[in-house]
Design a protein around this ligand. Structure first.
Ligand code: NAP
Length: 296
């Protein structure tokens, strides 16, 4: 297939691009700059938030599929306002990429979604499946993020597209938190438990969904073992020979409500549907496996 991959230079977009190329697909990478565009990807340079310019840049291009991997999270979000641009990419960005898909004749559309769409609080001990409510209004500042995630998915399902509800990404080549841990500069709160996914596994799941996903479906893309932040960062420190990170009480993060919510949320998510319908299994079933492979 010929695929337009929006965000091909990103932390997850680049591994997705490499997985698509390795499977023999032809990849056109959409981004505003070409920094970090994987070898073999043809550039399509445009701003996805400017519909006219985007469609102009794509004029004459034909493609079978469009994959939306756009976020604006290079700086980890701490306050609600740090999510504004990402929310726009999930509402206007999705609308513009759907217009792009029409323009180039693409019949498959996949979008990056997120397990926080199930809610930022404590979702309990049982693994959450795709049948759980998604993108329901939350407390205060969280509603804008939840509505943006819902809009992204609703627009996608309306054209028979597929939403990939990824867990927390880890394993990216330039993950800034790894350096902070190595330098002993990242205190970690005792807090919730969350499902994660190594970026290479996110990439193979995306490829599987492109080739075998059912139109109009959501798939949770997470590994097999939800884990606490403290356990995760302790394992990162251990793998790098750094001292275990200092533990701080979660209330210390209350000045940065978005970060506080991320660190205290309990969100255990089931990957059963992705395994059975997509025939996908994570190469790194736990964060320990993924950290060991990334460090090696
Ligand atoms: N599920 C999760 O845990 C999750 C989800 C997303 C991101 N993150 C984290 O956030 C950090 C950054 O992730 P990332 O690299 O994917 O995000 P990013 O650096 O913000 O960029 C994502 C991609 O989108 C492109 N892009 C952004 N805005 C665009 C626009 N208006 N028009 C066209 N292209 C645009 C970027 O290229 P240009 O800047 O060149 O345009 C880049 O290719 C990573 O640490 C990642 O792990 C986590």
């Amino acid at each position: 297939m010929r695929i337009i991959l929006a965000g091909a230079t990103g932390a997850v977009g680049a591994p997705v691009a490499r997985a698509l190329l390795a499977a023999g697909h032809d990849v056109i990478g959409l981004s505003r700059t070409r920094n970090g565009l994987p070898e073999g990807v043809r550039p399509l340079t445009a701003d996805a938030l400017e519909r006219d310019g985007l469609l102009r840049a794509a004029r004459g291009t034909r493609a079978d599929a469009v994959i939306h991997q756009l976020t604006a999270l290079k700086k980890p979000p701490m306050r609600h306002r740090d999510m504004t641009l990402t929310n726009r990419l999930r509402v206007e960005g999705t609308a513009n990429l759907i217009a792009l898909a029409r323009e180039v004749g693409a019949t498959r559309f996949l979008t990056q979604s997120m397990i926080f769409g199930y809610g930022y609080g404590d979702l309990g001990d049982q693994p959450v499946t795709e049948a759980a409510p998604f993108g329901r209004d939350g407390r205060g500042g969280f509603t804008a993020h939840l509505r943006a995630m819902r809009s992204n998915e609703e627009q996608t399902f309306a054209i028979g597209g597929i939403a990939l509800r990824y867990g927390i990404f880890y394993g990216a080549a330039d993950d800034p938190t790894v350096d902070l841990i190595r330098q002993g500069r990242l205190p970690v709160p005792k807090g919730g438990v969350i499902s994660r996914i190594h970026v290479e596994d996110a990439a193979t799941a995306t490829l599987a969904a492109l080739e075998r996903g059912r139109p109009g479906q959501a798939y949770n893309i997470v590994d097999d073992l939800p884990a606490g932040w403290r356990d995760y960062y302790r394992a990162v420190a251990e793998a790098h020979g750094a001292p275990a990170p200092r533990t701080v009480p979660a209330w210390l993060l209350k000045a940065t409500p978005y970060l506080h919510a991320i660190f205290t949320a309990t969100c255990r998510v089931s990957n059963a549907r992705a395994k059975s319908e997509l025939g996908w299994t994570p190469r790194y079933p736990t964060y320990r496996d993924g950290i060991a492979a990334t460090t090696a």
